[in-house]
Write a protein that binds this ligand. Structure first.
Ligand code: B16
Ligand code: MG
Length: 217
């Protein structure tokens, strides 16, 4: 019995949201836009282009295409400097335990992330080898809540979408999983992720028996 297990990266495997926040905050400040933690919530799971569009919208700013490209580059440069300091201490609680359990049960595992930096991050935290497929921001043309990223992951694993299970921390990602006809498992707050089929605050709350049920359903 094989299912496809698809993991989002930021907010599920590692907490890179804090680095995205710092880099966007500094960038916004450089063009005189205030940027709050609450606004940052709305950027979770959202692509780099869409994120900058939203920040400019909040700040009521229009800029040229060249400036847009240059600002995106600046943000990513600073983000990468934060990533460079990461190691396996930054893996979120019990993520490795769940991955190892799935591997022991011979279940196919894919990444399904909006980030174009997913591979270097997984390398930094020593998890790259756990994945059978990596699908990230370099592989998709449509951002979450579009299901594209998860449908490509299912294909890469050779598992039908309805036999896939997605772990997601963002509303857009949960919606993408639901639209793809997959089981959606929210990692975070029930109130925020109420559209998910199941919600856990983190992987420490998830028993192996629950994963076994997913495999055998
Ligand atoms: P990058 P995920 C997403 O990762 C982040 O949640 C989001 O904040 C970020 O803007 C997006 O990746 C793009 O990241 O600038 O590295 O390409 O949650 O889909 O793993
Ligand atoms: Mg995420």
């Amino acid at each position: 019995n094989k299912k496809g297990f698809i993991f989002d990266l930021d907010g599920v495997i590692v907490d890179t949201a804090k680095y995205h926040f710092l880099a966007w905050k500094n960038l916004a400040k450089s063009i005189d836009i205030d940027f709050t933690k609450e606004q940052n919530e709305q950027l979770k799971g959202v692509s780099r282009v869409k994120s900058l569009e939203k920040i400019l919208e909040w700040g009521n700013k229009t800029i040229s295409e060249e400036q847009f490209t240059s600002l995106m580059g600046k943000k990513n440069e600073e983000y990468l400097s934060f990533i460079a300091t990461m190691d396996d201490n930054e893996i979120l609680p019990d993520v490795s335990k769940v991955l190892n359990y799935l591997i022991a049960q011979k279940q196919p595992i894919s990444l399904g992330s909006a980030s174009k930096n997913a591979r270097p991050i997984l390398e930094k935290v020593n998890l790259l080898s756990k994945f059978d497929a990596i699908v990230d921001g370099n592989d998709v043309s449509k951002a979450k809540p579009d299901p594209e990223v998860f449908l490509i992951a299912a294909k890469a694993l050779n598992i039908k979408p309805e036999d896939c299970i997605v772990f997601e921390d963002s509303v857009a990602g949960v919606q993408a999983a639901n639209t793809a006809n997959m089981i959606s498992i929210g990692i975070g707050e029930k109130e925020v992720l109420h559209e998910a089929d199941y919600v856990f605050s983190d992987f420490t709350e998830m028993e192996n028996s629950f994963i076994e049920e997913l495999i055998n359903r």
